[in-house]
Design a protein around this ligand. Sequence first.
Ligand code: MIG
Length: 805
Amino acid sequence: MAQQHRKGTFNVPVSHYISHTVSGQEVLITTGNSTVRIIVYDHSVIRFRISKPEQEFSGFSYAVIEQPKPVEFKISDEGENLTLTTSLLKVIMNKEKVRISIYDVEGNFINGDDPSFGTSWLGNEVTTYKKLIADERFIGLGEKTGNLDRRGKAYVNWNSDNFAYGVDDDPIYLSTPFYIGIHGNQNYGIFFDNSHKTTFSFGCSNDRFSYFQAEDGEMNYYFIWKPNVAGIIERYTWLTGRLEMPPLWSLGFQQCRYSYYPYPEVLNAARTFREKDIPADVLYLDIHYMDAYKVFTWHPTRFPDPDALMKELKKMGFNVVVILDPGIKTEAGYHAYDDGKEKGHFVKYPDGEEYNGQVWPGWSAFPDFTKEEVREWWGKQMNILTDNGIEGFWNDMNEPAAWGQHLPDLIEFDYEGEGGTHKKSHNVYGMQMARSTYEGGKKLLDGKRTFVLTRAGYSGVQRYAAVWTGDNVSSDEHMLAGTRLVNSMGLTGIPFAGNDVGGFAGEATPELFARWIALGAFSPFFRSHSMVNSRDSEPWSFGEEVEDISRNYIKLRYRLMPYLYSVFYEASQNGMAVSRSLAIDYTYDNNIYSNPYQNQYLFGPSILVIPVESTRELHKAYFPEGAWYNLYNDKIQQGNREEILSALKEQQPLYVKAGSILLMQESSNHLLNVKELERMEIHIYPGAETSFVYYEDDGETYQYKGGASLVRTFELKSNSLRISPKSGSYTSHFKTWRVFIHGLKPDAKITVNSASVEENTMNYRFIEPVSDFDPYHKPPTDPLEIKDLIYVDVKWNDAEAVIHW
Ligand code: MIG
């Protein structure tokens, strides 16, 4: 086609190489029409920045908190190619067209540009096209609906309030433009750090390339290579940060409702949990606690004495989390509005007029959370809540959402001084609101940990908040889709996530609620919530049988707290997921991606969770390689197999990987009193070598940062468990160990530090029998009891301990 006859906007790729210079960790390449910067962050993380000469970008990022490390790399200029080599990677840039291909040091191809298009512009839109490999799979991208393997689909990152979204709707609330590609025996990560609306296509509607594209801004991506998925997540969270240890109470069961009011309703819910012996730590106040939905106010008649209410709830062991929406009612005389307006803290039109949109309080102004001063101002407003004993905050509507769901693109944000329209700022707004809330709460609580829950976010939001998946629906497909959303966030550096148990919109059947609450007990963030004007959906609202099931699984979670808290510690150290998609440990096993099995996951390193729809009592499951103990009865299940399981509604299928250690304690009705629990249970599941890092601290302050923590490594060999001496200055609240050895022959001899000890046996249950109200015959099921389980009691000792059998 003769170029001169073409009219309009067409694709323009990066053109030929002209020259390059190297300074520090950066190689700057001038091409015929653009500038390409390659920055070596470390041996396995390389950043690519590509822009046109007339564009100038600061490179500022809300997501990335790391700087390039001064690692060695080599540049060689050999004829056709410019080659950059680190100790792990070889980046080859073809000079004629400036297309990039990346190999490992053995010369295996990992990832490369489409040879024609590479990075291209279409008007202001910038795209990088990557060669699609025949067997390539794509996982991650955070809170995205759809399958675990995203091949063949495309996704848009634009934080959206999407009430009662469909299980294939896109986008929903949160954007994390990071994915992991898998082919052959290679895997790599790509993080496209551009806050504009972005589109990712994984070979969607084409068989040639995958691509990532932004409406505007710079091509700015980080390429990450590590031998395994866990390593890639570790590097991604090295760049974008990790969660801090959350308050222990936030790992307990949380009961929400839109809305509990007036205040006796809240007390009533609290008392019912205690009367019914169902553990719970948190109750929520949704928008009705406020006066006319005005943030930082209490409703005068519904909550006349918040201080007294909070004291009463704390006495019962409850924390309260209150909702905070960003929209501030434009009402003269309302302090937050008057003060914010006077200080110029609200988002404006380009002509300086305050932008107003409608939300719950009516016409509202929106704080510009992309400015430090405004974040501090917001944080200070929170004192009216912390003064009343509130320690947890729930950020909703922070996409930001306003009625109509289309904020005008031209409104402007500070964006840390560099400025940005709504197009550039929208996707980071929610994260910066969560940050304001987190930093404000932390300051006001003066040494105590705060808890923030957010709906919207961007890469790095894990540093400030837990995430829930918004307005899901009471249906089986949503329960399963929600599991995938949480697991996908785990692949994307957000370990602390969950969905509304029972479903937010619609009404769960008793069967569905029973399944969902058992599954929710194995979710990092565990909260039941439901929509205004819907039926009650507390654990006791579905009849006695569901109440028993709820109690069983909530208690089981509370008993697993030493394990779970340690798994959160791991997440805080290396960004590892808590709910772990099987793609992390079984990346190259095709079965785990298949439709019937893609919802299965590991909760922590050891517990295989198999979600089951409420309409089924038989269920098809897949067991990855190795061997698996049925949690309830220790029956061994061989791996690499598909099986049909019986799964009655009182029984969530759970399996423990052979070669595991589960650390447990007795149940308590809330987590503020766990320090009274004296006995730790150590459940050993022999079958493979493993180690598990146990972590303990006070669960409520930051003193662990000064060394007030306790770390011990539990190392399992074929017939021994070695517990390392403690490190750290924290004194455990445990006084004894009860060591259970699963699958052990009755005649085994057990020694502790080489001395023989008295062996005991007991019939052991992880869950209690459920009252049977069904007069009809039920299909046979597996027993829920382990007969004659062998155990020994050992005094807790801070020095090394070796248990041998
Ligand atoms: O426009 O605060 O996702 O959890 O209960 C709806 C009321 C606003 C949406 C949240 C939901 C919350 C509800 N909110």
